[in-house]
Design a protein around this ligand. Structure first.
Ligand code: CS2
Length: 480
């Protein structure tokens, strides 16, 4: 039992102006800190009603402390702490979906933002379309008044606002998905159209779905983080979040009635076109994060910092950026791409951040298309090399096979885990395994899956990973 007193809220809870679905560590380290800064700079009733679509754990941690919590910045030279009060309330959707719909339908709520992870959109990663065969979507279409999924809540709340003669709220996705604004718009419209075409038309005309690029490395909080905070501050805060100093938020400035917090005054970039920033971030950062996650994990590295402290893995990042990723990234205004990548390597190396390779390895089936396969397709279209990217994809095959290089079991977390394990186990040959994975059209678009250059590169990499191991393969790649 902790001996320290619990953190308590010192300032009154702000009036709610925004609902946020997915109150995990990233939201608390990112959206809430930006919003707190924006309100400090320009005022406005932008308190956040945070909604968990799954478990009650965040609410149970936050409620006893009036929803205040500590944001811990882990700089290489030591931590700093700040109490964040931007969250006014936390609701747990499965306990009371009506309370969530009431909050989303309130006239004073003008934005619903989301960090529900890639799989929370219930879409097909390879195509971006809503999965009408998704069990949650089927349930939400059957009983729209009692939703369970993010698209189900958004559509039902928008329907209620329309009936009440209110404007729609802006839907702002903050997940690491390409064209996340367009994607959530498509998912919402498809779901609405399955219910009522006039509702879909109303949303299409009046709704706004700005795209965003979000970036702050925020590993899951551990008991050691909570204990370190208690030792430093004298209070107990199980809802604290730990993150790097860096943050970058690029937002398409397209909100219903222009209503939004002054995030620009907090350092966010409000732009007309987020796409180039998004491609830069997803491919340069998340792409190499996944590379370090699969290859690093297989090589026995527990964290990202430990991986890049091993020289071949730092060289792997550089190799991927310079030969296989940057040639596919458009120039975002005001960014120096080589400098951006140099800074990434420094961010990864931050020894104060213990970001587990296992954590990043999760949900690869939902992450690979935008992080790696887009670059693969662009490289192939231009007849450029893909050996490094193929090695990463093959490492994902090997990882989701479920056995590490020492013969131990890997705890694979992925909505497609059984299918991935079967693809690996179904054959002893590298070629057979590659064919089985490429047949998973939820991940690999058919045109890409058919390209013999890809299957060949994947077969060579898969063979090498089995025969020589991840570290040796990384070394060979980066020495050529
Ligand atoms: C990571 C991201 O877990 C993951 O898949 O790649 O959460 C990454 O840390 C963030 O996108 C950084 O902004």
């Amino acid at each position: 039992m902790p001996v320290e007193p619990r953190l308590t809220r010192q300032t009154p809870a702000p009036r709610v102006g925004m609902v946020h679905l997915g109150p995990g560590a990233f939201f608390r380290a990112f959206n809430a800190t930006y919003t707190e800064d924006a309100v400090a700079a320009a005022g406005g009733d932008w308190g956040i009603c945070a909604v968990s679509l799954n478990s009650a754990s965040v609410r149970d941690q936050l409620a006893p402390q009036g929803c205040a919590y500590t944001s811990v910045t882990l700089a290489p030279d030591g931590p700093s702490h700040r109490v964040i009060g931007a969250v006014a309330q936390v609701l747990v959707a499965p306990e009371n979906p009506q309370a969530v719909l009431d909050a989303m339908s309130a006239p004073e709520v003008r934005i619903v933002s989301l960090t529900v992870t890639e799989k929370g959109y219930c879409h097909e990663p390879a195509t971006g379309r809503l999965r009408l065969d998704h069990p949650g979507i089927l349930a939400d279409l059957a009983t729209p008044g009692n939703p369970i999924t993010a698209p189900g809540f958004l559509v039902e709340a928008l329907a209620r606002r329309r009936s009440a003669g209110l404007a729609p709220f802006t839907v702002m996705s903050c997940d690491n998905l390409p064209h996340n604004g367009q994607l959530v718009r498509a998912v919402v419209l498809e779901m609405a159209r399955a219910r009522d075409a006039t509702l879909a038309d109303w949303i299409a005309i009046n709704g706004r779905f700005p795209a965003t690029m979000v970036d702050r490395i925020t590993p899951a909080t551990t008991p050691a983080d909570v204990a370190a905070l208690a030792a430093a501050t004298g209070y107990h805060d199980p809802a604290c979040v730990v993150h790097e100093p860096f943050r970058q938020w690029v937002i398409e400035d397209d909100f219903v009635g222009g209503a939004r917090p002054a995030w620009d005054l907090a350092g966010a970039q409000l732009v007309r076109d987020v796409a180039p920033f998004e491609t830069m971030k997803l491919r340069c950062l998340n792409g190499t994060h996944s590379a370090l996650a699969y290859l690093g994990y297989l090589a026995g590295h527990e964290t990202i910092a430990a991986s890049v402290a091993d020289p071949p893995f730092a060289a792997l990042c550089r190799h991927l950026w310079h030969h296989e990723i940057l040639p596919t990234v458009p120039q975002p205004e005001g960014e120096d791409l080589p400098a951006y990548c140099d800074a990434l390597l420094e961010r990864y190396a931050n020894p104060a951040i213990r970001h587990r390779t296992w954590q990043i390895a999760m949900d690869g089936s939902q992450k690979l298309p935008q992080r790696l396969l887009g670059a693969v397709a662009d490289q192939l279209a231009a007849n450029r090399p893909i050996a490094g990217l193929a090695l990463v994809v093959a490492a994902w095959f090997r990882y989701t096979g479920g056995t590490d290089e020492a013969g131990g079991t890997i705890d694979v977390r992925d909505p497609l885990a059984p299918r991935l394990a079967a693809a690996w186990a179904g054959s002893d040959s590298a070629g057979g395994r590659v064919a089985a994975f490429l047949a998973i059209d939820k991940v690999f678009a058919p045109a890409l899956a058919r390209d013999p250059r890809l299957s060949q590169a994947l077969t060579v990499a898969t063979e090498g990973l089995c025969a020589r191991g991840a570290r040796a393969m990384v070394q060979t790649l980066t020495q050529t």
